[in-house]
Structure formats: structure tokens, C-alpha cells
Design a protein around this ligand. Structure first.
Ligand code: NAG
Ligand code: NAG
Length: 736
């Protein structure tokens, strides 16, 4: 019985910065990051004391759109040896880079549920940004969280569950910042759709704000994120970048955020409102025509007129400088070269994430993995590289050819691209397989390509992105949850001619699969997500069983779009669904999903046994002193759950064991189950491993709106451990 490797997730997320300090080896005993921020702020205060008002204004004001080497730039301040600061997109690599890696989108990283791969992805993102001289990398993304399945930018983030998103945020930030680069948690907050994002108001009630949308940002702050980007939308009618409540009360006071808030590009609307509302840096410093400069000289005037206090200006500069000192960027930093070749071996991480993020949804009769078929057919325009070129469309604003990422400012250039056909051709040659291809979505003559083949693989897609580009009529958000390019009809035509049809889906988010699943001859559905540059290689790894699929869905796939209970909103969004998004809604409303959150098949089987629960948790509010992320005791482990998982099948594989908590009734109107732990175990056939779930005080808490505190309710907590949010294998309870 051998455990090949086991990742226990939960509290024990050490901060790279804290780890370097000998006094901080136990994150439960010594609040992580407190001493480091204090030192950084004292260096910053000393520097600010030497700066003129003009220096301070220039430190907080971008120099204007398209005026420097990066998407955001501030002027150098020679009196304190401060450089021209470079802020660059984005969450999956170096935007406009020509020698950098196109990492997998956040949604794919989350689908692996593998903290080591997620952290390595962050470390490589940081290494590449540093190699390019970028001071601030504009990611990772926790907003959009993804409450609207059609939301255009959901794919940039880590899925719709705040706990999973929070773990992925902290791992990514620690990876990026461990490399010496400032991370930027975005978009803060409530930017859940592209339609009207620059005019609409997101009106989120206090409890929902805390338990869903703020949650992953708390993880980001706890990981000592250097910067946070305020979003385009309004909150309760006030611009997010001017929201005293969101920026001053929640982020800086309640979460103890020590870094700075930077505006999304042109998300600032007034000079004093933004300054007094808690924004610390404006980007890019002008509108896209070089006009409408709201800080710079305007801020100087506002300070002189006492509309913005000198203390507030000092605080902005101190926060920006503290982040710079915190990351050690004052000690020699590479000069800016966005086009540097910084790829190293990072493609290995792309392939691993692309592969391990693939979710096997259906595999009737074990048609997969493929075993040296004599004849194989491949169908779909998404099976081949975009005929116009891998980077032909500006900011990936097209869905032509194989899909690797969505579109918008969160996209990057591919250094190379391996499409399904490229990788399958190589494999077919090695196996002596005859591979036939139809690289279009035409249903007319597809029977000729696929009939007689041992299996037919049909590749379909769904794409989305940022609203400044419209692709095939989709203005960022998707118009519907159907496959693009007539995917249902294409699958039907293929399956009519070949009873061993394997459907591969490359998608930004859920699509409705009912037509496809009702089609006789569809034997397998491989949910391949957004694999970036390693698209084909990752697919072949799984199709041929070089690796057993181990990804799990990070959102629900519904039977029909209306089942989600959320959709793109026309006017302001009152967030009427509250806490009940995705599986929280399906569970509460008793709606059967097609494939539930957390679902994913394997080429092997896993059994669960020996649930053990130990707890020292006490009821009542968290009352600790505020550290980055909130009250210190909120982050302490108060209960540990273990379960033994055994690979009972015939091949090596990895299982993502998941823990869901049901709060006692003392927590009013809570969702039936909430993810509060997961562990990915890689197991040889016959081997067992222990999944360990460390539950922190926050994992047992709900936000008590009357007390304005996180409270552990008294009573019996239900503990469900299993293979998905609905495939519960072990249950137990925990009394507090
Ligand atoms: C929005 O309004 C609700 C209801 O009054 C309040 O609970 C919440 O804190 C407000 N949020 C912000 C960001 O202003
Ligand atoms: C997994 O278990 C199912 C029944 O629960 C069985 O049909 C299948 O053959 C098993 N697969 C493997 C790979 O052991």
C-alpha cells in the first residue's frame, strides 16, 4: 500500500515571505506577513518623508495610455531611487510577449484541483514577469467569480466556488510573489458580467458579499497580495473604485490589506471621490485618447484645495512603496523588456495543467482509453490550428481553429500551438493507425470521413471573453450555453455514421449537453476545457491513457440554462440569488444537474473508508487581532478530518477527495452543502492514501450580519466526504 503523493489542503498554506523568517515557521503561532509588512511600511514611510508632493502625485498617477513600455506605467522618482513602474497583463502570462509562455487559463488550473501544479504555475508566471522586468503582474482573478454561467470572463478565474477560488488565489499569489513580482488580485468586486460592466451596479447584500465574493479576496490578502484592482462596475450605486465600504471598510480595515488598490483601466470617474473612497493608484492615467486625466495635476489641485488630505496622499504613496519593498524590488530588478525569452521549461506546467484539468464526463463501455485503433477519424474546425495563424486574431478575438483560451486583455500570444490533429497525427504514426480528418464543421459529407473508423473524435467549442470585442455575435458574455458552430448537429452527423463517437469539448464554461448525450453512438464525452498551447498533447495524454483523467468540474453542467437561476442582467444586478449560486442553488432548489460540481470520471475506481473527525472548535465569533486576511483566529485550524482513499481499479490514477460541510441550523438559511476541503491523491492500483482536510475557523463560520463578525454556529455540523458534491461516500458529524 503506497501513497505516491498526497496533498493535504486547507490551512497549511505557508507564505513564502513568512517562511524566510525564522520566527515565522508556524503560521498558526505567528501571523504570517505581519512583520514583513511592518518592515516594508517603515521603509516606505522613510522614503515618503523625502518625497515632494509632486513626487507623491506622480507615484500614484499613471503616465497615460500608450506612453510607456507596459500597459500601465508610472514615472520614475529619482530622489528615492524608484523606477518607472511597469504593470502588465495578465492572469495567464505576459500580454504582448513574444518569448513568453501562454499558460493555461485559471479555470483549467482550478479544474486540476492540484495545489502543487497551481502553485508552480504561479511561480512560473512570476519568473517570466520578472524576466521581462514587469513589477506588477495583473492577476490572478477572483472576480468574476462566475455566478452567471454565460459571464464572459469567468474562464480567467478559478471557478464558482469561493473556497476553491480562495485556495487557488493564495497559491498563485504566493507563486508569483515568491518570484519577486507583485501580484494583483482582481477585479474587486462584483464584476460578474461584461454587458454594461462600466455602468451597472452590483448590489450585493452583506452576508453574500462576505461568504461568496469577498472570500477569495480574503485569501489573497492573507497571502500578502501586493495590490488589488478595483473593478468597472458600481456597488450600491457607487463606483467600485470610489466605494468607501468596499475599499476602506472591507478591504483595508476588515481584511487588514496593507498594499494598494489600483484602478482597472479607466475605471476611475472622479478625482476626490476615488482618493477618499480608498483607491491608491490610477491606471493608465488618461483615457485611451490621452484625455480625461483625473489625477496627476488634478490630484495636486485637490490636495491643495484640501478636498483630499495630505495624509491620504501619503497613505497612497506609502502603500505603493511598501508593496515594492515587500517584494524586494528595491534591490536590483531586471530592466523592462516585454519581449524577452523567458519560457524556460514552463511548457511542462502548461501540459500538466491542461492534461490534469481534463474532466472525463462519460465513457460508456470503457471506449477510452484508445488502444492502437487501426482506423481513427477526427472531425471539427477546432481539431486544427487556426488557418490564419496561431495569433492571427487580436487579443484572441475569434473562435477559429482549435481553442486554447478565451478573448480579451486576459489573453496572450501563443509561442507555439499544438492542436488536436497535430498531436493525434504523431501518435497515429507511432501506432500505425490510419487517421482521417475533416477540418470543418460541415455535416454534409462527414459520414465519408468517419464511417468504418474504429472510433470518431469530434471536437466542439464554446468561447467567451471581454466585452470590447464581439465574436460571432457574442459581446463578451455568451449569448447562450449551446456549443458554437452548430456543434450539436455536427456530433449528431458523426454519431449517425460511427457508433463509437468520442466528443471532445473545449469550452470557457458549461454548455448544455442534452442533445449530445441523447444521441446514440456518443460513447464518451471528454471535457477538455481551455488547454492553451498544449491543447493537443494534453488531449492525447488522456485519450490514450498515458494519464488517467483526474480533473473535476469547477462548475455545474445543467440540463438547461434556466436551471442555474442566474443569467446576464440587463440593468443593475440586485444579486437576488444571494448565496445560492451554482451547486448551492441546485442543492437548495432540488434541481438535478446533468453533471454536478466536483464531478469527474477516471480510468480507475476509488473507494473511500475510515472517516475520522477531530475538533477543538468552539462556537462564537472570531475575535483575534487583525492580520492580513482578517482576525488571526479565523485562519487557525480547529478541526481535522481524514479519510482513506483506495485505488480499487486496474491502473494508476488520481482522485480529488472533496469535503462538504452542512452548517447547523443556528446558522440561518445556509446552503445545504459547501466545499470546505479537498485533497488530490495520486495512487497506484491497489494503493491507499489518506486525504487530510484541515478546517480553519473560517471554514466553520458564517457571516453574522447583526454582529458583523464571522461566527461558528453552535450545534451539529454535517461532514460529507466524497468524489463530487453529490457523490458522497462517507458522512459524519462534528459537534460544536
Ligand atoms: C450595499 O447595500 C447593502 C444593503 O444596505 C449593504 O448591506 C452592503 O454592505 C452595501 N455594500 C456596499 C459595498 O456598499
Ligand atoms: C469501476 O467500478 C464499476 C462498477 O462500480 C465497474 O463497472 C468498472 O468496471 C470499474 N472500473 C475499473 C477500471 O475497475
Amino acid at each position: 500500500m503506497t501513497v505516491i503523493s498526497a496533498n493535504a489542503l486547507g490551512l497549511l498554506v505557508l507564505v513564502a515571505l513568512a517562511r524566510a523568517s525564522p520566527s515565522c515557521h508556524d503560521p498558526r503561532a505567528v501571523p504570517s506577513g505581519v512583520a514583513e509588512w511592518a518592515a516594508a511600511h517603515s521603509s516606505a514611510a522613510a522614503a515618503v518623508a523625502r518625497m515632494s508632493q509632486q513626487d507623491k502625485v506622480s507615484m500614484v498617477s499613471g503616465i497615460g495610455w500608450d506612453k510607456g513600455p507596459c500597459v500601465g506605467n508610472t514615472a520614475a522618482i529619482s530622489s528615492i531611487g524608484y523606477p518607472q513602474l511597469c504593470l502588465q497583463d495578465g492572469p495567464l502570462g505576459i500580454r504582448f510577449g513574444t518569448g513568453s509562455t501562454a499558460f493555461t487559463p485559471g479555470i483549467q488550473a482550478a479544474s486540476t484541483w492540484d495545489v502543487e501544479l497551481i502553485r508552480q504555475r504561479g511561480a512560473y508566471l512570476g519568473a517570466e514577469a520578472k524576466g521581462c522586468g514587469i513589477h506588477v503582474l495583473l492577476g490572478p482573478v477572483a472576480g468574476a467569480l462566475g455566478k452567471i454561467p454565460q459571464g464572459g470572463r469567468n474562464w480567467e478565474g478559478f471557478g464558482v466556488d469561493p473556497y476553491l477560488s480562495g485556495i487557488a488565489m493564495s497559491q498563485t499569489i504566493e507563486g508569483i510573489q515568491g518570484a519577486g513580482v507583485q501580484a494583483c488580485a482582481k477585479h474587486y468586486i462584483g464584476n460578474e458580467q461584461e454587458l454594461n460592466r462600466e455602468t451597472m451596479s452590483s448590489d450585493i447584500n452583506d452576508r453574500t458579499m462576505h461568504e461568496l465574493y469577498l472570500w477569495p479576496f480574503a485569501d489573497a490578502v492573507h497571502a500578502n497580495v501586493a495590490s488589488v484592482m478595483c473593478s468597472y462596475n458600481k456597488l450600491n450605486g457607487t463606483w467600485a473604485c470610489e466605494s468607501d465600504k468596499a475599499q476602506n471598510s472591507l478591504l483595508k480595515k476588515e481584511l487588514g490589506f496593507q498594499g494598494y488598490v489600483v484602478s482597472d483601466w479607466n475605471a476611475q470617474h472622479t478625482t476626490s471621490g476615488a482618493a477618499n473612497g480608498g483607491m491608491d493608484m490610477t491606471m493608465p492615467g488618461s483615457d485611451y485618447n490621452g484625455n480625461n486625466v483625473l489625477w496627476g495635476p488634478q490630484l495636486n489641485n485637490a490636495v491643495n484645495a484640501n478636498q483630499v488630505s495630505k495624509t491620504r496622499l501619503d497613505d497612497m504613496a506609502k502603500r505603493i512603496l511598501a508593496a515594492w519593498y515587500l517584494l524586494g524590488q528595491n534591490n536590483g530588478y531586471p530592466s523592462i523588456n516585454i519581449r524577452a525569452n523567458v519560457q524556460g521549461n514552463h511548457k511542462d506546467n502548461v501540459r500538466a495543467v491542461a492534461r490534469d484539468g481534463i474532466v472525463l464526463l462519460k465513457n460508456d463501455g470503457g471506449i477510452l482509453p484508445l488502444k492502437k485503433p487501426a482506423k481513427l477519424a477526427l472531425v471539427g474546425s477546432a481539431a486544427v490550428v487556426n488557418p490564419q495563424g496561431i495569433n492571427a486574431c487580436t487579443d484572441k478575438g475569434c473562435n477559429t481553429g482549435a481553442l486554447g483560451m478565451g478573448w480579451g486583455s486576459g489573453s496572450v500570444n501563443y509561442p507555439y500551438f499544438v492542436a488536436p490533429y497535430d498531436a493525434l497525427k504523431t501518435r497515429a504514426q507511432a501506432d500505425g493507425t490510419t487517421l482521417t480528418l475533416q477540418s470543418s464543421d460541415s455535416t454534409n459529407n462527414v459520414a465519408g470521413t468517419v464511417s468504418g473508423a474504429d472510433a470518431a473524435i469530434v471536437v466542439i467549442t464554446a468561447d467567451s471573453g471581454e466585452g470590447y470585442i464581439t465574436v460571432e455575435g457574442n459581446a463578451g458574455d455568451r449569448n447562450n450555453l449551446e456549443p458554437w458552430h452548430n456543434g450539436n448537429a455536427l456530433v449528431q452527423a458523426v454519431a449517425a455514421a460511427n457508433k463509437n463517437t468520442i466528443v471532445v469539448v473545449h469550452s470557457v464554461g458549461p454548455i448544455i449537453l442534452e442533445t449530445i448525450l441523447a444521441t446514440p453512438g456518443v460513447r464518451a464525452v471528454v471535457w477538455a476545457g481551455l488547454p492553451s498551447q498544449e491543447n493537443g498533447n494534453a488531449l492525447v495524454d488522456v485519450l490514450y491513457g498515458l494519464t488517467s483523467p483526474s480533473g473535476k468540474l469547477v462548475y455545474t453542467i445543467a440540463k438547461k440554462a434556466e436551471d442555474y437561476g442566474t443569467a446576464v442582467v440587463r440593468g443593475n444586478d440586485a444579486f437576488p440569488e444571494g448565496l445560492f449560486v451554482d451547486y448551492r442553488h441546485f442543492d437548495a432548489a432540488n434541481i438535478e444537474p446533468r453533471y454536478e460540481f466536483g464531478f469527474g470520471l477516471s480510468y480507475t475506481n476509488f473507494t473511500y473508508a475510515s472517516l475520522k473527525i477531530t475538533s477543538t472548535a468552539t462556537s462564537g465569533p472570531a475575535t483575534g487581532t487583525t492580520i492580513p486576511g482578517g482576525p488571526a483566529d479565523l485562519w487557525e485550524t480547529v478541526a481535522t478530518v481524514t479519510a482513506v482513499v483506495t485505488n480499487s481499479g486496474g491502473v494508476e490514477g488520481a482522485e480529488v477527495a472533496q469535503l462538504y460541510l452542512t452548517l447547523p441550523s443556528a446558522a440561518p438559511s445556509a446552503p445545504p452543502k459547501q466545499l470546505r476541503g479537498f485533497a488530490k491523491l495520486k495512487l497506484a492500483p491497489g494503493a491507499s492514501g489518506t486525504a487530510t482536510f484541515n478546517l480553519r475557523r473560517r471554514d466553520l463560520s458564517y457571516w453574522d450580519t447583526a454582529r458583523q463578525q464571522w461566527v461558528v454556529p453552535q450545534g451539529r455540523f454535517g461532514v460529507s466526504v466524497g468524489a463530487s458534491s453529490r457523490d458522497v461516500r462517507l458522512t459524519g458529524s462534528l459537534d460544536v
